[in-house]
Design a protein around this ligand. Structure first.
Ligand SMILES: [Zn+2]
Length: 178
Protein backbone atom coordinates (compact mmCIF):
# COMPACT_ATOMS: atom_id res chain seq x y z
CA UNK A 1 0.00 0.00 0.00
CA UNK A 2 1.47 3.32 -1.00
CA UNK A 3 1.64 6.00 1.65
CA UNK A 4 0.01 9.27 0.69
CA UNK A 5 1.95 12.48 0.67
CA UNK A 6 1.76 14.49 3.89
CA UNK A 7 2.45 18.14 4.53
CA UNK A 8 3.53 20.75 7.00
CA UNK A 9 2.21 24.19 6.17
CA UNK A 10 3.90 27.45 7.11
CA UNK A 11 2.18 29.86 9.48
CA UNK A 12 0.85 32.19 6.80
CA UNK A 13 -1.12 29.52 4.97
CA UNK A 14 -3.75 28.32 7.43
CA UNK A 15 -6.47 28.21 4.81
CA UNK A 16 -4.49 25.89 2.58
CA UNK A 17 -3.92 23.61 5.57
CA UNK A 18 -7.68 23.33 6.06
CA UNK A 19 -8.20 22.52 2.37
CA UNK A 20 -5.53 19.83 2.35
CA UNK A 21 -7.11 18.22 5.39
CA UNK A 22 -10.55 18.28 3.78
CA UNK A 23 -9.02 16.61 0.73
CA UNK A 24 -7.76 13.88 3.02
CA UNK A 25 -4.07 14.72 3.43
CA UNK A 26 -2.30 14.54 6.76
CA UNK A 27 -1.32 18.21 7.21
CA UNK A 28 0.35 19.86 10.17
CA UNK A 29 -0.15 23.52 10.81
CA UNK A 30 0.77 25.63 13.82
CA UNK A 31 0.59 29.37 13.93
CA UNK A 32 3.77 29.90 15.91
CA UNK A 33 6.54 27.63 14.65
CA UNK A 34 9.93 28.98 13.73
CA UNK A 35 11.68 27.84 10.56
CA UNK A 36 13.97 25.31 12.20
CA UNK A 37 11.12 23.55 13.99
CA UNK A 38 9.28 23.27 10.69
CA UNK A 39 12.40 21.88 9.02
CA UNK A 40 12.97 19.38 11.83
CA UNK A 41 9.41 18.09 11.72
CA UNK A 42 9.44 17.85 7.93
CA UNK A 43 12.72 15.94 7.93
CA UNK A 44 11.59 13.55 10.66
CA UNK A 45 8.26 12.63 9.04
CA UNK A 46 9.20 13.10 5.39
CA UNK A 47 6.60 15.83 5.02
CA UNK A 48 6.41 18.32 2.19
CA UNK A 49 6.87 21.90 3.42
CA UNK A 50 4.49 24.43 1.91
CA UNK A 51 5.44 28.05 2.42
CA UNK A 52 5.24 31.48 0.90
CA UNK A 53 8.37 32.58 2.70
CA UNK A 54 11.39 32.63 0.37
CA UNK A 55 13.78 32.43 3.31
CA UNK A 56 12.22 29.24 4.65
CA UNK A 57 12.04 27.85 1.14
CA UNK A 58 15.77 28.40 0.64
CA UNK A 59 16.54 26.67 3.96
CA UNK A 60 14.40 23.69 2.95
CA UNK A 61 16.15 23.37 -0.39
CA UNK A 62 19.51 23.48 1.39
CA UNK A 63 18.33 20.76 3.77
CA UNK A 64 17.22 18.60 0.83
CA UNK A 65 13.60 18.67 1.89
CA UNK A 66 10.60 18.47 -0.37
CA UNK A 67 9.29 22.00 -0.43
CA UNK A 68 6.87 24.09 -2.43
CA UNK A 69 6.98 27.87 -2.64
CA UNK A 70 3.40 29.02 -2.91
CA UNK A 71 3.13 32.60 -4.06
CA UNK A 72 -0.27 32.33 -5.70
CA UNK A 73 -3.03 34.31 -4.03
CA UNK A 74 -6.20 32.38 -4.82
CA UNK A 75 -7.08 29.07 -3.23
CA UNK A 76 -7.78 27.44 -6.60
CA UNK A 77 -4.39 28.46 -8.00
CA UNK A 78 -2.68 27.23 -4.86
CA UNK A 79 -4.46 23.88 -4.91
CA UNK A 80 -3.76 23.46 -8.62
CA UNK A 81 -0.07 24.04 -8.05
CA UNK A 82 0.13 21.54 -5.19
CA UNK A 83 -1.77 19.04 -7.32
CA UNK A 84 0.58 19.43 -10.27
CA UNK A 85 3.65 19.01 -8.15
CA UNK A 86 2.52 16.33 -5.69
CA UNK A 87 -0.42 14.71 -7.44
CA UNK A 88 -3.04 15.42 -4.77
CA UNK A 89 -6.63 14.66 -5.76
CA UNK A 90 -8.82 17.73 -6.22
CA UNK A 91 -12.09 16.21 -5.15
CA UNK A 92 -13.38 15.36 -1.72
CA UNK A 93 -13.65 11.75 -0.69
CA UNK A 94 -15.35 11.88 2.69
CA UNK A 95 -13.97 8.46 3.55
CA UNK A 96 -10.54 10.07 3.54
CA UNK A 97 -11.23 13.61 4.73
CA UNK A 98 -9.59 14.85 7.88
CA UNK A 99 -10.84 17.40 10.35
CA UNK A 100 -9.98 20.85 8.97
CA UNK A 101 -9.63 22.16 12.50
CA UNK A 102 -7.27 19.61 14.06
CA UNK A 103 -6.14 17.15 11.32
CA UNK A 104 -7.86 14.25 13.13
CA UNK A 105 -9.43 11.40 11.19
CA UNK A 106 -13.18 11.50 10.62
CA UNK A 107 -15.55 8.62 11.32
CA UNK A 108 -19.02 8.24 9.84
CA UNK A 109 -21.55 8.09 12.65
CA UNK A 110 -25.25 7.37 12.91
CA UNK A 111 -27.73 10.20 12.80
CA UNK A 112 -28.99 9.25 16.26
CA UNK A 113 -25.55 9.71 17.76
CA UNK A 114 -25.43 13.43 16.95
CA UNK A 115 -28.72 14.36 18.58
CA UNK A 116 -28.14 17.54 20.54
CA UNK A 117 -24.68 18.03 19.03
CA UNK A 118 -25.87 19.90 15.93
CA UNK A 119 -28.56 22.54 15.47
CA UNK A 120 -32.07 21.10 15.21
CA UNK A 121 -32.55 22.30 11.62
CA UNK A 122 -29.31 20.69 10.53
CA UNK A 123 -30.37 17.48 12.21
CA UNK A 124 -33.69 17.48 10.39
CA UNK A 125 -32.23 18.20 6.96
CA UNK A 126 -29.31 15.78 6.95
CA UNK A 127 -28.84 12.06 7.29
CA UNK A 128 -25.09 11.75 6.98
CA UNK A 129 -22.79 12.87 9.75
CA UNK A 130 -19.12 12.49 10.51
CA UNK A 131 -17.31 13.09 13.75
CA UNK A 132 -13.65 13.94 14.31
CA UNK A 133 -11.99 11.17 16.30
CA UNK A 134 -9.65 13.69 17.91
CA UNK A 135 -11.60 16.85 18.74
CA UNK A 136 -15.18 15.55 18.48
CA UNK A 137 -16.38 18.19 16.02
CA UNK A 138 -19.36 17.04 13.96
CA UNK A 139 -19.50 17.50 10.17
CA UNK A 140 -22.24 17.26 7.60
CA UNK A 141 -22.69 18.32 3.98
CA UNK A 142 -24.03 21.82 4.55
CA UNK A 143 -24.89 24.79 2.41
CA UNK A 144 -21.25 25.73 1.93
CA UNK A 145 -20.70 22.47 0.07
CA UNK A 146 -21.53 24.08 -3.28
CA UNK A 147 -18.80 26.67 -2.79
CA UNK A 148 -16.27 23.99 -1.94
CA UNK A 149 -17.18 22.05 -5.07
CA UNK A 150 -16.95 25.20 -7.22
CA UNK A 151 -13.50 26.01 -5.90
CA UNK A 152 -12.28 22.48 -6.54
CA UNK A 153 -13.73 22.51 -10.03
CA UNK A 154 -11.80 25.68 -10.85
CA UNK A 155 -8.65 24.18 -9.35
CA UNK A 156 -9.05 21.08 -11.54
CA UNK A 157 -9.46 23.25 -14.62
CA UNK A 158 -6.35 25.30 -13.82
CA UNK A 159 -4.41 22.15 -13.04
CA UNK A 160 -5.28 20.39 -16.30
CA UNK A 161 -4.75 23.57 -18.28
CA UNK A 162 -1.25 24.02 -16.90
CA UNK A 163 -0.47 20.38 -17.60
CA UNK A 164 -1.41 20.81 -21.23
CA UNK A 165 0.61 23.96 -21.80
CA UNK A 166 4.13 22.59 -21.55
CA UNK A 167 5.66 26.01 -20.89
CA UNK A 168 4.87 25.67 -17.20
CA UNK A 169 1.68 27.69 -17.32
CA UNK A 170 1.13 30.79 -15.29
CA UNK A 171 3.29 29.76 -12.39
CA UNK A 172 6.97 29.25 -12.27
CA UNK A 173 7.93 25.77 -11.18
CA UNK A 174 9.88 25.75 -7.95
CA UNK A 175 13.18 24.06 -8.59
CA UNK A 176 14.96 21.99 -5.97
CA UNK A 177 18.33 22.03 -7.74
CA UNK A 178 21.12 23.94 -6.10
ZN1 LIG B 1 -10.87 17.63 14.88
Amino acid sequence: MSVEVSFIVDTMLGSIARWLRMLGYDTLYYNDLDDWRIINIAARNNRVVITRDRGLYAKCVKSNLKCLLLEEESIENRLAKISRKYGIRLYIDLEKSRCPVCNGELAKVSKESVVGKVPQRVYERNNDFWICRSCGKVYWIGRHWRRIEDTLKRAREISSYSKRSSGGGVVEEASSSK
